[in-house]
Design a protein around this ligand. Structure first.
Ligand code: ATP
Length: 235
């Protein structure tokens, strides 16, 4: 999007030790968009999110967020700029209850959601306030994980496979939450294997293969490119 990019990633390369995983990832996300990274297992989607969050040891290339160069910034600094990352494994504290999980994340930036705002978005969490992380359903854990990011003041949310392992009715609930966050002005970068879910939410899609972006589509172009997508994703 001309002029309006909140996040610009250009020629990003990343390594785990000696393993060269990303080979030049380039894409952008405009403020207020939902953008989805698609691709087969091991393509490099999670590594892309981790690189943006600053939690990959070795990365090169350009990453600009909100007019700041974050390619070499620490994850603390990146969080303070308003970037939040919800990992696939969700990262909640299993031994703590819901209230404790919600109280722990530091507000690193103004605009962190209050508990009341969290309960408006996630009524289930209010009912489960005293329940331990281990006692929550998968869907409740996912909602708690997103809620924790919202407590920090993040305005740009990176969600790694939020629907993984969840029942269809819960997936719908997560979808409504993401749509609502978008309508409230949050910008969302989603990694999803569930293409149907992503296609109801995302404005644009990028396809990741072998550590590169090999194609991109607007939502309105999906139908016309279904054959290509099938071949990329093997679905
Ligand atoms: P998935 O849906 O399986 O997570 P992905 O597209 O997110 O797929 P990544 O998790 O980014 O893929 O993984 C990209 C490549 O990096 C894979 O080949 C994976 O085996 C490798 N990899 C991931 N994490 C590490 C690690 N900590 N150390 C070494 N290699 C890793």
């Amino acid at each position: 999007p001309a002029g309006g990019a909140l996040l610009t990633v250009d020629n990003l390369e990343a390594w785990y030790g000696e393993s060269h995983i990303l080979h030049g990832i380039s894409f952008n996300v405009a403020a207020g968009e939902v953008v989805t990274l698609l691709g087969r297992n091991g393509a490099g989607k999670t590594t892309t999110l981790k690189s943006i969050m600053g939690i990959i040891g070795k990365r090169t290339g350009t990453i600009r967020f909100d007019n700041h160069d974050i390619a070499r910034a620490s994850s603390d600094k990146i969080a303070r700029l308003g970037v939040g990352f919800c990992p696939e494994e969700r990262g909640i504290f299993a031994s703590l209850d819901v209230r404790e999980n919600l109280m722990l994340p530091p507000q690193v930036r103004s605009g962190g959601l209050s508990l009341d705002q969290i309960f408006t978005l996630f009524p289930n969490l209010k009912e489960r306030l005293g329940s331990q992380g281990t006692k929550l359903s998968g869907g409740e854990q996912q909602m708690l994980a997103i809620a924790r990011i919202l407590r920090t003041g993040a305005r740009f949310l990176m969600l790694d496979e939020p629907t993984e392992g969840l029942a269809p009715v819960i997936i719908q609930q997560i979808g409504r939450t993401i749509a609502r966050l978008k309508s409230e002005g949050f910008t969302i970068l989603l990694v999803e294997q569930n293409f149907r879910f992503a296609s109801t939410l995302a404005d644009r899609f990028y396809v990741v293969e072998h550590g590169r972006i090999i194609d991109g589509f607007a939502n309105s172009e999906l139908q016309a490119n279904m054959d290509k997508l099938h071949s990329y994703l093997g679905v």
